[in-house]
Design a protein around this ligand. Structure first.
Ligand SMILES: *[C@@H]1O[C@H](CO)[C@@H](O)[C@H](O)[C@H]1NC(C)=O
Ligand SMILES: *[C@@H]1O[C@H](CO)[C@@H](O)[C@H](O)[C@H]1NC(C)=O
Length: 236
């Protein structure tokens, strides 16, 4: 009797566990895999087998991510459409307000795709307002308020209230979770991390300067194909 009871309890807990796992997996299945690939494509440059693909994992409130952006942007302008960039977001738990800042980028991207990178640059410029001692006594609502105002300015076409309501919309929450989970699934544990054609660049977690980008990308492209004043040096 004792044994039977024990057995039935075990069966019950197994059933409970199974139904619980189904619940958990159903919850996940609603957004993983996502309907759309994660990431923001820079300047809508084509992603195909003829281009070099750089993937940057950024946290909008991370100082090292901020410092790595100008040299990467310069390299992207140098290489033109030979190099594409996809930015993935990894809101780091030890950066205050990283999740809400990342969510703001998803919101902006959903409203006006061209506003995504201007807003990322806006965060890089003003990120110090959003972490550390400065935000210690600010409520989450006050931060969302401030960020929503700035998003409104950068995005242009939408009004403050519709932007603010998107911070309450589960869709933008899920998009930001997908970004986090995508980064985790790629083994990214800090920012900035850079992948080139699918392979991780060494020196992860620190800014890569312009010369390093040139050293990495030039050999991949073949110097002759670079249509730029630099190619003159090659022929002289
Ligand atoms: C989208 O955002 C860009 C960059 O901020 C801005 O120049 C453009 O006017 C915006 N488009 C609309 C339709 O508001
Ligand atoms: C967001 O949700 C909170 C709590 O549910 C609510 O108090 C607030 O008014 C909502 N804000 C907007 C802008 O919809």
């Amino acid at each position: 009797m004792q044994r039977l009871k024990h057995g039935s309890v075990t069966l019950e807990s197994v059933l409970l566990l199974i139904s619980f796992s189904c619940f958990v997996f159903k919850g996940l299945a609603d957004y993983i895999p996502p309907a759309k690939l994660d990431g923001f494509v820079y300047e809508n440059r084509a992603l195909n087998y003829d281009t070099i693909l750089i993937e940057a994992f950024y946290d909008p409130v991370c100082p090292d991510s901020r410092d790595s952006w100008p040299p990467l942007k310069k390299a992207l302008s140098y290489y033109g459409d030979r190099v594409s960039l996809v930015v993935h977001l990894l809101p780091l738990p030890y950066h205050d307000n990283a999740f809400v800042a990342s969510r703001a980028l998803h919101i902006a991207n959903g409203l006006n795709r061209s506003a995504t990178f201007p807003l990322l640059e806006w965060f890089f410029k003003h990120q110090e307002k959003y972490y550390g001692a400065k935000t210690h006594y600010l409520s989450r609502a006050a931060i969302v308020d401030q960020i929503a105002k700035s998003v409104t300015e950068v995005v242009g076409s939408s009004d403050y209230h519709s932007i603010k309501s998107r911070f309450n919309d589960t869709k933008t929450d899920l998009q930001t979770r997908v970004s986090f989970k995508y980064a985790a699934s790629r083994g990214v544990y800090g920012t900035p991390f850079f992948y080139v054609n699918g392979f991780l660049l060494p020196d992860t977690g620190s800014a890569v300067d312009y010369n390093t980008w040139r050293k990495v990308i030039d050999p991949l492209i073949g110097r002759k194909s670079v249509k730029n004043e630099d190619s003159l040096h090659f022929f002289l």
